[in-house]
Write a protein that binds this ligand. Structure first.
Ligand code: PLP
Length: 629
């Protein structure tokens, strides 16, 4: 547990079972209900589903929607807050139809709505958010069609709020609403002065991409008043960035927004919603700190600070409490899905697998090789620190000598082999010591392996590559066995960036994670967790690997310990990814067939062999893109 901090980042949804398997607790606060992830994987394998694969736990998704709504409701009740909570889920965080359907379904009884930031997201929101009591909030830059779609929503009775991001959108909205004879609901996005904390802090401040300055807000109000549309302005919105690591930023933002809100209400702007945007963070590294991948608060503190912040300020100013809207995405979806991949090999600095190079002394060998061998032979508990320094220096010398053409390939191979051998022996010695000299602390890292896993970082963990986001990496079984190998992960893309080398460590992020030694007769599956927000949908097509096979898991209502695979969504086939790049698979097959036929005509291929080759090519086109491991 300490190694992987499962309880810390798991938010009550993950645990270790007695058998050492990773367990999923699909419903919040019901720890006695546990599903073994290994059993899910076994069932997937027995039904022929290939890995890597995404596993989605719909019960977790439902639990998170309930949790945020219930938390707001109970804090509102406890603090005698007079407004209500009307949350929305931002579609961009996970646009998958099944995810949106589930969120809308469980959200109905809370009048939980959707937020859209583009025309396609709005098209989906209009079709799926059919509850006329729930909000549909529209952010992002808008053109005429975007606004017409919004007004279409108003025509069919939906509470669609157009959040004005820039002044010109208002002119367009006013004239379209007159043309279509429908009253819009207008929201104003404030360009906040307070800075968020974390990777997305540029979402606020004077140089922020979105939002209206105070001067622009006053101009909007003036124009609406002139057009007789002041009563359309119902919502004030702010968003100071995603993954807000420090609760102080939230408190400050609430204070700033509350000041603007109360001032505007006192000027007779009929605002009655305050939208606090997203930002509720996930503790990816389990450190409960202001690290970029963590946060120093929990859901209850977040909600309390928002509710009490607005209450206090409005009470002081004698302004009615607004209804509170929030647009949390990351916090709703991150926990519900994970990526499962199999480790298919090990890359060790000493070389792959068990190849051993013979280091026997050769007559006339270079002195560097002899010295390296001598150190290896006399290594002891008395001289290991000196030996470490000496082999480091000799390794450098060997590289220089090789560049000058003084050392042969065989001699380089021998020095390298002896070097790694000595480091392994020193590691063995220091592993029994309480005190380890500072300079020797890097040895485990130097000796760490890279585990080759069948997945693409660019498809499945985009933020790990793009912004060094830490995602929990945990083996699916053997969690009751001490992991003895320090590893980083490399993927199967032809790209050195295709790796994960930022992991949860003791108090800080580290470059390797302890994993178990691979056994020849046993699959070793690992999971990347908390991938349900952004990672699930932002992946790209690097190397044309495409989307993963995906299963949707539900637990039975009458026996929640048991699960069933409700749906399998097939991942990308070779022909599907090639088609997205404008290839026509049939033409590709024809072209290869033509080349094979030519070889048959020239007598260089037997017809039967030729037919087998083209059959194989066509079968490959319809296969999964990832390695058949
Ligand atoms: N609302 C807006 C306007 C956003 O830009 C974002 C994301 O940055 C969100 C909501 C969702 O934020 P989060 O995923 O941090 O909850």
């Amino acid at each position: 547990e300490n190694t992987y901090r499962i309880k810390r980042w798991g938010n009550g949804y993950f645990d270790i079972g007695e058998s050492g398997d990773l367990m999923v607790i699909p419903r919040y606060n019901e720890p006695e209900l546990k599903i073994s992830l290994k059993e899910v994987i076994d069932e997937m394998q027995s039904t022929g589903i290939e890995f890597p694969a995404v596993i989605r736990f719909h019960d977790i998704l439902r639990s998170q929607v309930e949790l945020i709504n219930k938390t707001f409701r109970s804090v509102i009740e406890e603090t005698h807050y007079e407004g209500s909570y009307l949350g929305v889920f931002p579609v961009k965080v996970n646009q998958m139809r099944e995810v949106i359907e589930e969120i809308v379904d469980v959200g109905k009884r809370f009048n939980y709505g959707l937020e859209a930031g583009s025309k396609p997201e709005l098209a989906a929101a209009l079709a799926y958010n059919t509850n006329n009591e729930a909000l549909t909030i529209l952010n992002g830059y808008k053109d005429e069609d975007y606004l017409r779609l919004a007004l279409l929503g108003r025509k069919i009775g939906r509470k669609v709020v157009v959040v004005i991001e820039k002044f010109s959108e208002l002119n367009m909205l006013i004239s379209l609403s007159k043309e279509l004879n429908v009253k819009p609901i207008i929201g104003l996005r404030i360009k906040m002065m307070v800075k968020g904390r974390g990777k997305w802090e540029s979402s606020s401040g004077e140089r922020a991409k979105f939002g209206l300055s105070i001067a622009e807000i006053l101009n909007v109000i003036q124009l609406c008043e002139k057009e007789g549309m002041l009563d359309c302005i119902e919502l004030l919105h702010f968003h100071i960035g995603s993954q807000l690591t420090d609760i102080r930023a939230i408190k400050e933002a609430v204070q700033e927004a509350a000041t603007v809100y109360t001032q505007l209400v006192k000027r007779d702007v009929p605002l009655h919603y305050i939208d606090v945007g997203g930002g509720l963070a996930i503790d990816y590294d389990g450190s409960q700190s202001t690290n970029d991948s963590s946060c120093n608060y929990d859901l209850t503190q977040y909600v309390s600070d928002i509710v009490s912040g607005f209450k206090q300020h409005c009470d002081l100013e004698s302004v009615p409490h607004p209804n509170i809207v929030s647009e949390s995405g990351r916090a709703i979806t991150a926990h519900h899905s994970c990526v499962i991949t199999k480790v298919i090999g090990e890359i060790h600095p000493k070389g792959i697998g068990s190849t051993v190079f013979d280091t026997k002394k050769a007559t006339g060998e270079h002195i560097t090789v002899t010295n390296m061998r001598d150190i290896a032979q006399v290594l002891s508990t008395e001289n290991y620190q000196e030996a470490f320094n000496d082999v480091q220096a000799l390794k450098e010398q060997a590289i220089q000598a090789f560049k000058l053409g003084v050392l042969s390939l065989e001699e380089v191979a021998k020095t390298e082999t002896l070097y790694w051998q000595t480091l392994e022996d020193i590691e063995q010695i220091i592993s029994n010591h309480d005190f380890i000299p500072e300079e020797l602390k890097e040895i485990p890292e130097l000796l760490s392996s890279q585990y080759l896993a069948n997945f693409s970082v660019f498809q499945s963990a985009a933020d790990s590559w793009a912004i060094e986001q830490v995602l929990p990496v945990v083996p699916i079984s053997r969690l009751n066995e001490k992991p003895t190998k320090l590893c980083s992960l490399v993927d199967i893309t032809c790209d050195s960036d295709g790796k994960i080398d930022k992991f949860i460590g003791e108090g800080a992020v580290t470059n390797s994670v302890p994993l178990h030694k691979l056994n020849a007769d046993e699959d070793y599956f690992i999971g990347l967790f908390l991938t349900g927000a952004y990672q699930d949908v932002m992946g790209d097509m690097h190397n044309l690997f495409g989307r993963l096979n995906e299963v949707h898991i539900f637990s039975y209502d009458d026996d929640p310990k048991d699960f069933y695979i409700e749906e399998v969504v097939k991942g990308s086939s070779m022909e599907s990814v090639l088609s997205t790049m404008q290839y026509t698979p049939a033409i590709l097959a024809q072209s290869v067939k033509k080349a094979i036929d030519k070889k048959i005509q020239q007598g260089q291929l037997k017809p039967r062999e030729g037919v087998n080759l083209i059959d194989f090519y066509e079968d490959c086109l319809s296969d999964y893109t990832y390695l058949k491991a």
